[in-house]
Design a protein around this ligand. Structure first.
Ligand code: F6R
Length: 610
């Protein structure tokens, strides 16, 4: 969703801002713009509909805009169509104040009416123009830029990350956020602002995470933070461990391909986070053995792929630890008034900023429940609001479709399930050691699967014209199906469904016809025969059938159109292997169909609005 950058320092601002916006492209956008404070003390604005390169061409890579202070934005249309007029930055009538904004101002219509009564005119359909003019109104009223922003915050409902430049303060950028991410970075005399770390990683790794309703004033000498009463507040600087290269393509054609290949490392790094002295140690997560022993029930919440990781967690945790686990879509959980007693609520999120997941964490905390976040982005909102945090070690994930972060989430889920099982006395020392050994062998097995990607590439080439793909499986195989199907939909735009194999007969089988592709996941030994029969049934209705099967699963391979083997593993963890060919399948189909793999249409990386 929308990207914000701000820069103030010694360099020409526009090229730095464009560079930052490029790093945020993955978030999804439909127009972009810059506002620069010129050396003459005027505000210069350049905006363009479409890709960032249009804005780059318009401003000759930023060179045509002189000045060392500015703000930039990539917009994802919410209020008003994608157009140059609706693109940010927006400004007041006199062009003395300009602002960029992420999020949604829910009461913008009401505020617009109020400002219209005060004599304001509006040139766009956006809530951001309303936000800008509201700040302008309070600045004119009180003559204080910090007060103007506090007054804005007190009157606005919704979510926002807002950055403002003001002609009266040519050496400052003012910013505030609520429920929309924003970080501030510093390096030497330079100050940066961004909605996500990759935008400024090239310049600095020292950042401040701006808290909700906190105001930041960036100046050449550094940054000052204020509360809504205008009082200074002190904040700790955080050093980011990600390096700039991690956010580059590194020779791969797409970020998604690079990120698929990073999975052995990501799995290893995530394991190293909690694997100590031959056992699982959750002290960095903040969970003691005593805390584990008190867990009597679990509710897992997440959205999209994070929810799918939660489905795997449910199967694995209940089977190993015999503790009841419920998994819910965060967007449903937050509104459905669920019955809760003393469950641990586990929120899974790569970005740590997904609006519905954050709201679910808040809802759980309001009910007095403890929350554990399984999150990738350090310092993100969910990480800061949860009681305990398990940081997955996926590094920056740039491609919109998640791959490596999902794999890291699975590791966190397995480790949690094993530890819980051990401390609840459900598994003995030998089984515990065996499970850990299996976990530690996953990176090598994933590496092996990466080396076999051409098989999937060929299969994708053969099936690229199929319009309907069904994924079927049982147990954790079903959990992998829902992830594989989502990957396919989101980047290849092929219609796809995931079905628990036993459900197919209850209606959906009527959709199977000549040419439908049905892909079975066959890894759970006591279930494969059943899924296989379901698969064969679809073949007799004209489907092309394929299987992703564990090495030791017996199949008469000529009854299937395509079989891809994955190494055997403990069945609890085999989702980590079965998902790899499905990621490749979606990737290659997307490439073959000429789609924008890393930035699929209509999608944003971080969904910070409902
Ligand atoms: C799919 C995908 C999304 C995310 C979902 C949650 O490839 O990336 O479905 O998994 O939007 O995002 P996070 O994990 O950031 O909460």
């Amino acid at each position: 969703m929308c990207g914000i950058v701000g820069y103030l320092g010694k360099k020409q601002a526009a090229p730095v801002l464009l560079d930052g916006l490029r790093k945020l492209e993955y978030r999804g956008y439909d127009s972009a713009g810059l506002a620069i404070m010129t050396p003459e003390g005027e505000i210069d604005i350049a905006k363009a509909k479409g890709r960032l390169k249009v804005l780059e061409e318009l401003t000759r890579g930023g060179k045509s805009l002189s000045g060392v202070c500015g703000i930039g934005h990539t917009r994802w249309a919410t209020h008003g169509e994608p157009s140059e007029n609706n693109a940010h930055p927006h400004c007041n009538d006199e062009k003395t104040i300009a602002a960029v904004h992420n999020g949604i101002i829910e009461n913008y219509a009401e505020l617009k009416e109020k400002l219209t009564r005060k004599g304001y005119n509006f040139y766009s359909q956006t809530d951001t123009e309303v936000a800008t003019k509201l700040v302008d109104y309070y600045y004119k009223k009180y003559g204080d830029p910090i007060r103007a922003i506090s007054e804005f915050a007190l009157r606005v409902r919704g979510s926002y990350a807002l950055a403002v430049i003001n002609k009266d303060y040519p050496d400052s950028i003012f910013a505030i956020r609520k429920d929309s991410p924003m970080i501030v970075g510093v390096a030497g005399g330079d100050a940066f602002l961004a909605s996500d770390v990759p935008a400024i990683l090239k310049y600095t790794k020292s950042v401040y995470y701006v808290d909700n309703m906190q105001i930041a004033r960036l100046e050449k000498g550094g940054v000052t933070f204020y509360n809504l009463d205008g009082e200074e507040v002190s904040k700790e600087i955080v050093e980011i461990s990600w390096d700039a290269e991690a956010a580059e393509k590194g020779g791969y054609e797409h970020f998604m391909l690079k990120e698929i290949h990073e999975q052995p490392k990501v799995v290893k790094d995530t394991l190293n986070y909690i694997y100590r002295n031959g056992g699982l140690d959750f002290s960095e997560v903040g969970l003691s053995d005593g805390d584990f022993k008190k867990i009597n029930g679990i509710v897992v919440v997440g959205c999209g792929s994070a929810y799918h990781a939660g489905v795997v967690m449910q199967y694995v945790t209940e089977d190993l630890a015999r503790v009841p686990v419920r998994v819910e879509l965060a967007s449903e959980f937050r509104y459905r008034n669920p019955v809760l007693t003393d469950e641990l609520v586990i929120a899974i999120s790569q970005s740590g900023e997904t609006a519905d997941t954050l709201a679910a964490v808040r809802a759980a905390r309001e009910k007095g429940l403890k929350t554990l976040a399984i999150v990738n982005v350090v310092g993100s909102s969910i990480a800061r609001e949860a009681d305990y945090v398990f940081y997955t070690k996926a590094g920056p994930e740039i491609s919109v479709a998640t791959t490596k972060a999902y794999s890291a989430q699975l590791i966190a889920c397995y480790a949690f399930a094993i530890k819980l099982a051990k401390l609840h006395g459900q598994i003995d020392g030998d089984y515990y050691a065996k499970l850990l050994k299996e976990l530690l062998s996953l990176p090598e097995k994933i590496e092996y699967l990466l080396s076999r990607k051409e098989l999937i590439q060929k299969f994708a080439a053969k099936t690229m014209d199929r319009n309907d793909v069904f994924f079927i499986g049982r147990g954790t195989d079903y959990a992998v199906c829902i992830e594989g199907s989502l990957k396919l939909k989101e980047i290849s735009y092929v219609h796809s469904e995931a079905y628990a194999a036993g459900e197919l007969k209850h209606g959906t089988i009527s959709l199977i016809e000549d040419g439908t592709l049905v892909l079975g996941i066959l890894t759970q030994k006591n279930l494969v025969e059943k899924t296989l029969s379901n698969l064969i049934e679809t073949a007799s209705r004209g489907a092309l059938i394929a299987a992703i099967a564990a090495e030791s699963v017996k199949l008469s391979e000529n009854s299937l159109d395509f079989v891809f083997r994955i190494p055997d593993s403990d069945e609890h963890f085999i989702a980590s292997l079965a998902v790899i060919p499905l990621q490749f399948f979606a990737y290659y189909l997307s490439v073959l169909r000429g789609n924008d793999v890393d930035k699929p249409r209509n999608l944003a990386k971080s969904v910070t609005v409902e």
